[in-house]
Design a protein around this ligand. Structure first.
Ligand code: AMP
Ligand code: MG
Length: 327
């Protein structure tokens, strides 16, 4: 899987750099478009996905893809200005002049192929964090026969060195099943070191991350679970799969997510992050302790919520979830 891993790292890196350029230069709040279901989408979502899928198509032309954005939405939602911006920024990233047809072809590459081997891509995970100027992630995973084999997260707004929270640069986490997770600084991806979760043994000392958006997770539920388990501090709220990176890199011990209003989790929001954590030595299940089932298409519809931990803390938190859920 080395070729797959390296291609995913290059694609996530290119998309992450592009997203930061767009956020600095071009992004304005009013540029946000709304998809069905009122989820926001921006120039950066379409641009990043076009760049990523172009690179995947070039390296692995036979693979399938399940990615968040659709060519149809690009055509339907983007006005003249955002359309031109996507052509400009993608052209800059791929170093060639680009037409709207190129963008549409790349955005939909591999869609609906139904392969047993496919990539799942969230070009800008945590779009709301991207818009707010907070955390977001580029997420790319390869799934073969329902098993995540490669997972790459690029978090451009996360410091590489947690001891220096003001240092910019961004961080990439790259995992291959059975081979561990490595961390690469975005400003020099030839450097890397192994990621590993902490060995914190009990909930009292655990640090917790959860979503910023109260629509995406039930903050009240996690507060009850953490109190039941005896976790001391308050959760830190971070957008996107940067939460999984935080657990994998020993910056936190627990990521808990309980969706609201019957929302079923999408695979592109979890496949890369889950492998990044398990390959760093952690554990990932749903809130009932079940393995995440990535064999069912776009949705994790056999699972309820997410629990990712450093490992030792997992069972005590599952017990607290059970106690709270039975009340
Ligand atoms: P986060 O940044 O962790 O809050 O997660 C961002 C992701 O939440 C987005 O990519 C959406 O796919 C997903 N999402 C959207 N609506 C919901 C919802 N009601 N419950 C859970 N996740 C959602
Ligand atoms: Mg997402």
């Amino acid at each position: 899987m080395q070729a797959e891993r390296n291609t995913a790292v290059s694609a996530a890196h290119a998309a992450g750099q592009l997203a930061m350029v767009i956020r600095r230069e071009a992004f304005q709040q009013e540029d946000t478009m709304e998809k069905i279901g009122r989820e926001p989408v921006t120039v950066a979502d379409f641009s990043a996905q076009a760049v990523i899928l172009k690179m995947l198509a070039q390296a692995f032309p036979d693979d399938g893809v399940l990615a968040e954005e659709k060519a149809e939405d690009f055509t339907r939602l983007s006005g003249e200005r955002t359309h031109a911006q996507v052509l400009h920024y993608v052209g800059q990233a791929v170093d060639q002049s680009v037409t709207a047809d190129d963008i549409s072809t790349w955005l939909d590459f591999g869609r609906g192929k139904g392969n047993r081997r496919f990539w799942t891509v969230d070009p800008i995970d945590g779009t709301k964090g991207f818009i707010r100027g907070d955390q977001f992630a580029i997420a790319i995973a390869l799934i073969v026969d329902g098993i995540v084999e490669v997972g790459v997260l690029c978090c451009p707004a996360m410091p590489f060195d947690p001891a220096r929270p003001d240092s910019s640069g961004g961080v990439i986490a790259a995992a291959v099943r059975g081979e561990g997770t490595s961390l690469l600084p975005m400003d020099d991806i030839s450097k890397q070191h192994a990621a590993s979760v902490t060995t914190v043994p009990d909930p009292e000392a655990a640090r917790v991350v959860e979503s910023v958006e109260k629509k995406h997770t039930d903050h009240g539920f996690s507060a009850r679970v953490l109190e039941e388990a005896g976790v001391g501090g308050d959760p830190v709220r971070i957008d996107s799969q940067a939460k999984y990176l935080a657990v994998a890199d020993g910056r936190a011990e627990i990521y808990i997510r309980n969706s609201r209003d019957g929302h079923v989790e999408r695979i592109w929001d979890h496949a890369a992050g889950a492998l990044v954590v398990t390959e760093a030595g952690g554990r990932v299940t749903d809130l009932d302790g079940k393995t995440l089932d990535f064999s069912r298409g776009a949705y994790l519809d056999a699972n309820r919520g997410i629990l990712a931990t450093n490992g030792p803390i997992h069972d005590p938190i599952l017990a607290a979830i059970e106690a709270v859920s039975q009340r």
